[in-house]
Design a protein around this ligand. Structure first.
Ligand SMILES: C[S@@+](CC[C@H](N)C(=O)[O-])C[C@H]1O[C@@H](n2cnc3c(N)ncnc32)[C@H](O)[C@@H]1O
Length: 316
């Protein structure tokens, strides 16, 4: 029997922990949940997901490694050969929405991850997910070298070591900045429902507005600064938004050792009502046009598997 890498011991316990946290947070039936995941050569998440009652035909593996893709192809598993960020943007342009994302990375907070984190709360990626999709991210602690990264500032300006927490901290900052700058713009023009929900959450509890009253942007600013004293409590509106958004994610954290390396992970909700803000995504969509076509054909294969026209995906 092959005993190598992390097939046994801590990673396997960790994997069970991850899938249990996912099941606790899932808001759709397991058999219907669409899972996008970084498969790796051993494709170990497939087995545990199927044991838990997820449908193998709903498991869509993403990997940038050709060898991994070849092995998935040979065993009849749905696969997308791409980096994860592009795959999510392309996914956002299809009708199928993701319920679970397994980002089991084998790297630290490198450039690729910064790209993902910055875009994470924006529509181009947000459109890939169902509301309250469950996200798992796992990173190698340290090994973050990779040029001039903004994410390095986040790392260097904190005593926090946990890479899952730092990833969240980083994309929250991005989300909070969008929120801060675009809230009123959205409220009026693009995303009335989302903006309204944010307003209502902030205001109703504190009885600043009544049920049927229209919230107004100036009132909001006044409320934050004068009545609530956000500057004393949070330092800035950005901190305030980060605090607010963080509460909506219901995040949990974990770490395990793999040899002499530490892996840090987090499971959290992609809570669209507090997280997602739109920016013009035209260019990003254009850049992944051919990938979007490929994903659409993968999804068509999935439909044929579900209908029994094609062989179902493997469970191991
Ligand atoms: C740690 S492995 C996944 C292992 C899998 N979860 C398991 O336990 O069997 C990570 C995989 O993700 C791929 N990968 C890493 N970064 C990626 C990225 N940005 N986009 C797509 N694939 C990536 C790697 O090629 C590797 O095969």
């Amino acid at each position: 029997m092959k005993i190598d890498g992390y097939k046994f011991g801590q990673k396997n316990n960790w994997r069970k922990w991850v899938w249990n946290r996912i099941c606790e947070r899932l808001t759709v039936p397991k058999k219907d949940a669409v899972i996008v995941y970084l498969a790796g050569i051993e494709d170990m998440d497939r087995t545990i997901a199927c044991q838990k009652g997820f449908n193998p035909n709903n498991m869509i593996a993403v990997d940038k490694n050709k060898k991994v893709i070849q092995s998935l192809k040979e065993k009849g598993a749905l696969h997308i050969h791409s980096d994860l960020t592009s795959a999510l943007i392309a996914f956002g342009n299809t009708k199928t929405k993701i319920d679970v994302l397994i980002g089991d990375f084998c790297c630290g907070l490198v450039y690729d991850i910064e790209e993902l984190a910055v875009r994470f709360p924006a529509d181009a990626i947000g459109d890939a997910f169902n509301d309250n999709a469950v996200i798992m991210m796992n990173f190698l602690r340290g090994r973050d070298n990779g040029g001039m990264l903004e994410i390095r500032d986040t790392i260097e300006n904190t005593s926090e070591k946990h890479r899952g927490k730092l990833f969240i901290e980083f994309f929250l900052r991005s989300a909070a900045m969008w929120t801060d700058g675009l809230l009123f713009h959205y409220y009026k023009h693009q995303k009335p429902t989302i903006a309204r929900a944010v307003f209502q959450m902030n205001f109703k509890e504190k009885k600043v507005i009544h049920e049927n009253e229209e919230p107004d942007p100036i009132g909001y600013e006044n409320y934050l600064s004068k009545e609530m004293g956000y500057d004393k409590l949070f330092g800035s509106t950005i901190d305030f938004h980060m605090y607010r958004i963080k509460n909506g994610l219901n995040a949990v954290f974990n770490s395990y050792k793999s040899g002499n390396m530490v892996m840090d992970s987090t499971v959290f909700l992609y809570a669209k009502n507090v997280l997602v803000w739109g920016v013009d995504k035209t260019e990003e969509i254009e850049a992944v046009k051919s990938l979007t076509r490929k994903i659409s054909s993968t999804l068509a294969v999935r439909t044929m598997k579900q209908k029994g026209v094609l062989k179902p995906s493997p469970t191991i």
